[in-house]
Design a protein around this ligand. Structure first.
Ligand SMILES: Cc1ncc(COP(=O)(O)O)c(C=O)c1O
Length: 472
């Protein structure tokens, strides 16, 4: 492709992108294609000779677009969002054009230094302690893996990396039974073993019971096991419950246990002064992750990982083959030593673009608005006798179900599952679910970048009508 051809296609593409953003609501939120439908439309063999970009775009529109679920549609209320914003997309275009591989300072000093500065900005914005240093990881799962590996090394005096984990005795990791599955995955990968992940039961509000945590740690120590890491969640995936950080932190401090905080979604709410209460006990945190790629309008992937003692993270991951030795080593941040992958994208640029374009106050307004919309939704639900709210509404997630009279618990579960599928199949909105105390629960997340009160009000009318129609 010549530069002139590129210029033409790029201009056309920008038109396509702007049109998509303007009209995203006209697409069904959830793709309705059947398994294998897209696969079968793509030729079995690659083309031997060059094809035009126009023909690729034709196929993109005809084959790919029907198989896309539109996360940027404001009627997307499922999971947690993966938000974008124009400022982030523009920066991603620059990142793609530069194509820099930012594994260490020398392979793009600007990427390393902008990343260092953005992590300071995010640390200040979220109110994390000033001694924390940060690095951008691809996902919260990777950050949590880094935390558990570092905790494992600290607990074994950095010997598990050398001798293997089986020589270290039985290490134990603790989290609540509402914790995201990425913790169990990390415990498996770390060699600690998922049977050594202790799931602590939760209180009525779905937050970890610190007394039960204490009891489990005492029991494990008595049995000669080594408590190595506790994961506290600010904003669990099911209900956005907030684990009591101070009480958990004190237990970790008394027992010399690494405290990792998973704030993947709710971390963004920390930019609001009225949500700083979630960080009470921050002095006990060893590591902390939150995802700007969820709720800070920054394209996936961008996960902000903070650590109190960056030296122990580097000691865990550092490896120095001849071909990676540089003259600046030790004087700069070589982020390849701060996590699993060697190669790294230039991800700080989109954060810079988002924070500068919105301004901190602009970000606060947007997040505060989402939280207000969730509150309004919960009030609308509470007004209906045949619906109930199933968990406290803390940030932007509302958990509820339909409870018509005359149905038993099993029938209510079946009805709500049916309701969820029927709503999602309509293409008008997309909800996901969880199970709370055996109850099939609909989760509605009001945190898509462009969601408004009107979207949620319309969605709520549809949910009510569909539910009541199911019964008859
Ligand atoms: C609380 C929590 N932690 C971790 C994750 C995993 O995030 P990622 O996809 O960035 O690995 C999620 C995903 O939704 C989550 O809700």
């Amino acid at each position: 492709m010549t530069p002139d051809e590129f210029r033409k296609h790029a201009h056309d593409l920008v038109e396509w992108m702007a049109g998509y953003m303007e009209n995203v609501e006209s697409w069904p939120v959830k793709s309705s294609v059947k398994p294998g439908e897209i696969f079968d439309k793509i030729p079995d063999k690659p083309p031997l000779h060059s094809e035009s970009f126009d023909s690729l775009m034709r196929d993109f529109n005809e084959i790919i677009m029907p198989g896309i679920t539109h996360w940027q549609n404001p009627n997307f209320f499922a999971y947690f969002p993966a938000n974008t914003s124009p400022a982030s997309i523009l920066a991603e275009m620059l990142t793609a054009t530069l194509g820099a591989q930012c594994m260490m300072w020398e392979t793009s000093p600007a990427a390393a230094e902008l990343e260092e500065k953005m992590m300071i900005w995010l640390r200040e914005m979220t109110g994390l302690p000033s001694e924390f240093e940060g690095v951008i990881q691809d996902s919260a799962s990777t950050a949590t893996l880094a935390a558990i590996l570092t905790a494992r090394e600290k607990a074994t005096n950095f010997s598990a990396n050398i001798d293997g984990v089986e020589k270290s005795g039985v290490l134990k990791v603790y989290c609540s039974d509402q914790t995201h599955s990425s913790v169990e995955k990390a415990v498996k990968i770390s060699g600690i073993g998922s049977k050594n992940l202790v799931k602590i039961s939760v209180r009525d509000d779905f937050s970890m019971d610190p007394q039960k945590l204490k009891t489990a740690i005492i029991r494990d120590k008595k049995n000669g096991h080594i408590p190595c890491c506790v994961i506290a969640t600010l904003g669990t995936t099911g209900t956005t419950a907030v684990d009591p950080l101070r009480a958990i932190g004190e237990i970790c401090h008394e027992n010399n246990i690494w405290l990792h905080v998973d704030a993947a979604m709710a971390g963004t709410a920390l930019i609001l002064p009225e949500f700083q209460w979630m960080l009470d006990g921050r002095e006990y945190i060893d590591s902390f992750v939150f995802n700007p790629h969820k709720w800070m309008f920054t394209n996936f992937d961008c996960s902000a990982y903070f650590i109190k003692d960056a030296g122990s993270l580097i000691k865990t991951f550092e490896i120095l083959p001849e071909y990676l030795k540089t003259r600046t080593r030790g004087k700069v941040n070589d982020y390849r030593d701060w996590g699993v992958p060697l190669g790294r994208r230039f991800r700080a640029l989109k954060l810079w673009s988002v924070i500068r374009t919105y301004g901190v106050e602009g970000l606060r307004n947007k997040v505060r608005n989402h939280i207000g919309i969730a509150k309004e939704l919960s009030e609308m639900i509470s007004r209906e006798a045949d619906f109930e709210i199933l968990a406290p509404v803390i940030i932007s997630v509302v958990c509820f179900r339909y409870i018509p009279v005359g149905y038993n618990e099993d029938q209510i579960n079946v009805l709500n599952e049916k309701l969820n599928h029927q709503l999602n199949d309509s293409g008008k909105l997309y909800l996901s679910h969880t199970v709370l105390n055996g109850k099939y629960t609909l989760r509605m997340v009001t945190a898509q970048t462009n969601v408004t009160h009107e979207h949620v009000e319309k969605a709520w009318l549809l949910i009510k009508d569909t539910a009541r129609g199911l019964k008859s």
